[in-house]
Design a protein around this ligand. Structure first.
Ligand code: NAD
Length: 246
C-alpha cells in the first residue's frame, strides 16, 4: 500500500493536467449511501419500496406513471442539503487550487464538490440543486421539492416540478458530457475513484483517456483495464487516501 501511495504522489508531482472521475463512493464518507456496496441503497431493506427495483424508482417511467412513489423515494433518499463534504472533496478542491487538477467529472448529484470549493465540476448525471417545471421550464430551488407539503410538487402552470437529475431512460446533459470527454482526452493523469463503473454511458467516458498516468481508487476491485506496468489500483477509502496524498 505504501508503495502505491508513493507512486500516486509521484504521478501527481509529474502531472499538470489531472482530471478526476468519481461516483457515489466519493460521498459515502459524508454519510450518503452509494448504490451497489453492501450498505448501498440497492441493498437496504425498506418495506415501503421493496416491491420496486431501485432502477425503477429513479426512472423516467416512475416519474411519469407513479409520481407519488417517485417523489416519496426521492425525498427520502436524495436530500443532501444538510450533508457536508468529506476529506475527498476537500482534497480535490485543494488540488485544483494548486493548479494541478483541471476538472472533476462526477456522476454524483449531491453538489458536495462545489460545497467543498471546487470550481470546475462537470455533473454528468445532473444535480438535485436545480429543479424545473416539466411544462413551462420555470426554475425552482431544491427546497421546493424536498419541503413540499404536496406529494407531487406542482408548478403554478399545473406542470410537475422535477429535479434536473438524469433519470434512468433519460439522456445525459450534453454540455457536461462534451466538457467531460474533452477534459479526459486532454488529461495527462486520470484519477477514477468511488465508482463501480457499471452505469453507462458514463462509465465508457474513461476510455477516452490516452494520457500518462491512470490511478484507480476504490473499496473493491472494479472492471477497468489497467496497464500493469504503469497504472495503479489502490484499494481503500478515497477520503483517507486523498487526504494523505494532499
Ligand atoms: P455505485 O454505487 O455503483 O458504486 C460505488 C463504488 O464506490 C463501489 O464500487 C464501492 O465499493 C465504492 N466505494 C464506496 N465507498 C467508497 C469509499 N469511501 N472509498 C472508495 N470507494 C468507495 O456508484 P456509481 O458507480 O457512482 O454509480 C451509481 C449512480 O448512482 C451514479 O450515477 C450516481 O449518480 C448515483 N448516486 C449518486 C449519489 C450521490 O450523489 N452521492 C449517491 C448514490 C448514487
Amino acid at each position: 500500500m505504501e508503495d502505491l501511495i508513493k507512486k500516486f504522489s509521484e504521478y501527481i508531482e509529474e502531472s499538470h493536467n489531472i482530471v478526476f472521475f468519481g461516483g457515489a463512493g466519493v460521498s459515502t464518507e459524508s454519510g450518503i449511501p452509494d448504490f451497489r456496496s453492501k450498505d448501498g441503497l440497492y441493498n437496504q431493506k425498506d418495506i415501503k419500496f421493496d416491491k420496486y427495483p431501485p432502477e425503477y424508482l429513479l426512472s423516467h417511467t416512475c416519474l411519469v406513471k407513479e409520481p407519488k412513489v417517485f417523489f416519496e423515494f426521492y425525498r427520502q433518499k436524495m436530500d443532501a442539503r444538510n450533508i457536508q463534504p468529506n476529506a475527498a472533496h476537500f482534497a480535490l478542491a485543494e488540488l485544483e487550487k494548486l493548479g494541478k487538477l483541471k476538472s472533476i467529472i462526477t456522476q454524483n448529484i449531491d453538489g458536495l464538490h462545489q460545497k467543498a470549493g471546487s470550481n470546475i465540476v462537470y455533473e454528468i448525471h445532473g444535480t438535485t440543486k436545480e429543479n424545473y417545471c416539466d411544462k413551462c421550464n420555470k426554475k425552482y430551488p431544491s427546497d421546493y421539492i424536498f419541503d413540499s407539503k404536496e406529494s407531487i410538487p406542482q408548478c403554478e402552470c399545473g406542470g410537475i416540478v422535477r429535479p434536473k437529475v438524469t433519470l434512468y431512460e433519460e439522456g445525459l446533459p450534453e454540455d457536461a458530457v462534451s466538457n467531460a470527454i474533452s477534459a479526459i482526452r486532454k488529461a495527462d493523469m486520470l484519477i477514477v475513484a468511488g465508482t463501480s463503473l457499471q452505469v453507462y454511458p458514463a462509465a465508457s467516458y474513461v476510455h477516452n483517456f490516452t494520457g500518462k498516468h491512470l490511478v484507480v481508487i476504490n473499496k473493491e476491485p472494479i472492471n477497468v483495464k489497467l496497464d500493469n506496468k504503469k497504472d495503479i489500483f489502490i484499494q481503500g477509502s478515497v477520503g483517507e487516501i486523498l487526504r494523505n496524498i494532499i
